[in-house]
Design a protein around this ligand. Sequence first.
Ligand SMILES: Cc1cc2nc3c(=O)[nH]c(=O)nc-3n(C[C@H](O)[C@H](O)[C@H](O)COP(=O)(O)O)c2cc1C
Length: 381
Amino acid sequence: MKRRSALKLFGGALVVAAGGAGYFASTRTPALALAPWQMAGDPGFIDPRMRALSYAVLAPNPHNRQPWLIELDDESGLTLRFDQSRQLPYTDPFDRQLTIGLGCFLELLKMAANADGQRADVNLFPEGSSAEGLNDAPVAEIHFSEDSSVTADPLWLNVLKRRTNKSPFDTSRQISSESLESVIGIAVNGTTLGGTVDESEVAGWRETTERALAIEIETPHTYKESVDLFRIGKQEVEANPDGIDFSGPLFEALHVVGAFSREAALDTDSATYKQGMDAVLQNCRTAMGVVWMTTQGNSRQDQIAAGGDWLRVNLACTAIGLGFQPLSQALQEYPEMQSLYQQTHQQLAPQGSTVQMLARIGYGDTIAPSPRWPVESRIAG
Ligand SMILES: Cc1cc2nc3c(=O)[nH]c(=O)nc-3n(C[C@H](O)[C@H](O)[C@H](O)COP(=O)(O)O)c2cc1C
């Protein structure tokens, strides 16, 4: 539920709350939570690993949990581990999506290193991994070395502009099939990308993604998992710059007058719940194209590869001005979603591969960056 929907949603309360609130509004940007976007690549980071990590923390990741923990080893190595306190036990019971987020992180780390004249050699799961879930064993060991032959990836230019667009797309602007082809031709990590901009196919996906989102919201424990991660207003966002961000003067004013809160969002009889549900479903209805990704296996290595290529698709969309929002609900592994999970797999992976990601694409508003923990806070020791 983003700004435009909320204006419609809580209009009455807002008029009261926002009257004469210009100064208030100007002070409500959570500047500290957004600072990592300004700090990326800062020359104050003398160590090339820190320069690369300062970009990697900007990677897309589920519910913005930022599940990465770093140890700097000797002079030129680092170890990436999974932060188990960041799990999403109901919507991601096997940590599949969180592993994809770690794959996005590693791809961005490599890109940043290369743009800085460094090689980053990655050794995945040196102590093995489990299909049940991630534990505290290393996800990857990475070794940095100077290399004058490495060059910046062409997608690198888009890294600081990349966003997840959680607002409606412009339904009067079609996406050309050439644009779609350019975006799904970008994989380098062995995954398979597909997509459609065909009107009737997109209509089917609008319906599927909307149904899946409704199931997630109508299933009490999966919905509560998200609501518990709502960060409402500057103070909450800056105290915990992760999760689902509702910052800015609008949400803050609504919060102050009691028109928007976690309690109201959980009350299925409240206007907040009903109109919030409508706002997020409305986003699905504005998909102008759909992109998906499959992998032949579903090992942890496959999931990391999926993250790498998924980051690339997101960047490729950014490069041509296309808005991009993953809609993961139909791919989630809990009993209430089983029938839509199977339907989606029959449709996109009839040979038995795994559908790792699904997103809607379209042209939309310019989106602000989302909060991040500072890179230093993710380094152990
Ligand atoms: C594996 C994965 C699954 C995601 N699923 C969703 C989703 O279902 N809905 C959504 O709005 N965003 C989804 N996202 C995007 C994240 O919410 C987003 O990356 C995060 O909030 C940080 O925002 P940013 O991408 O704008 O930096 C997903 C991202 C990843 C990597």
